[in-house]
Structures are given as structure tokens and as C-alpha cells.
Design a protein. Structure first.
Length: 169
């Protein structure tokens, strides 16, 4: 079991097994030979019993990290549901640092291969109204990748809509 520490808004592991996890599965990123996980990734790995998370030598339970995430991120629940769904479909997923939520790669992609992004993913609750202008702006963000809209309903089911090259006349 990989042990990690909660520090600010990240979960960090210094264990060699953590770096192996990154190399095999695209979780987090490596910084100073340590695995650094986003809270969504850490929450998922904790739920799957792949890691143990500690804060000041106290072990954190799944419910506790989940509550921390909800407090820090307004879209956490929607993003977590989509992240979990994509991971359970066997897709390598990275937390995006852009104007969208996730980068998704082809099955089997490895970080050291520097693979091409297959989809950029936006998450929304079905209760969130989306203006046409927002949809158009998101399509502009996708250069060589398709845009995947992940809509989460009140039953926590995810429906995906793919939008690829769009031309308006």
C-alpha cells in the first residue's frame, strides 16, 4: 500500500512504488522524485484502497478527504463522478490545468511516451445551463482532440457528448 501525505491541496508520496504507479497509470506527476496527486486522483486512489493518506501522522478516511475536496472545489462532486467513470472504463486520465477539466488518452498510453490527447473533457451537472457561446469557445480549445462533454445527472449517471470539428457558415 502506498503511503502519502496531505499537504495543502495535494497528496505527496515519496515511496518508489508511487513513481511506479505514475509510470504505469498516469496518476499525478513527478516532482523532485515524488509523486504529487491532485485531490481528485488521491480521493479515487483512496477509495480503491491503492493508497493511504496521512495528515500530520493521522490516517485520513475516505469520507474525510471527500469532505475536504467538497469544501475546496465547488465542482468536485461532478468532476469526481466523471473522473471515476473514465478511470473505471480503463482510460488514462489527467487533471487538466487549462480551461477544461480532464485530458483523456488512448487506452494503454504511458506518461513517458508523451501520447497525444484523445479528448479534452468538460464536466457539468445536468442542472447547469450551458450557453451556446460557451460551447463554441470550448470547441476552439480543441486543436487536434475532440471535445467530450460529460453531463452528470441527479442519479450520478454520466452521459457523454462528443463534439468534433465544427464549422459555422
Amino acid at each position: 500500500m502506498i503511503k502519502a501525505q496531505l499537504k495543502n491541496n495535494e497528496v505527496i508520496s515519496t515511496q518508489p512504488e508511487a513513481r511506479e504507479l505514475y509510470n504505469r497509470t498516469f496518476y499525478g506527476y513527478i516532482k523532485n522524485k515524488n509523486l504529487v496527486l491532485n485531490l481528485i486522483e488521491a480521493c479515487y486512489l483512496l477509495e480503491k484502497n491503492k493508497i493511504e493518506i496521512f495528515e500530520k501522522n493521522k490516517k485520513i478516511k475516505f469520507k474525510d478527504i471527500y469532505d475536504i475536496c467538497i469544501e475546496k472545489y465547488p465542482k468536485f462532486i461532478t468532476n469526481y463522478i466523471v473522473y471515476k467513470d473514465l478511470r473505471e472504463r480503463g482510460l488514462p486520465v489527467r487533471i487538466a490545468n487549462n480551461n477544461y477539466d480532464f485530458d483523456v488518452y488512448e487506452r494503454g498510453a504511458k506518461p513517458h511516451q508523451k501520447p497525444k490527447i484523445k479528448w479534452i473533457v468538460f464536466t457539468n451537472s445536468e442542472d447547469y445551463p450551458c450557453k451556446f457561446k460557451v460551447l463554441m469557445n470550448t470547441l476552439k480549445l480543441s486543436k487536434d482532440s475532440d471535445v467530450l462533454w460529460a453531463i452528470v445527472d441527479d442519479d450520478e449517471s454520466v452521459t457523454y457528448y462528443i463534439a468534433s470539428k465544427l464549422s459555422v457558415k
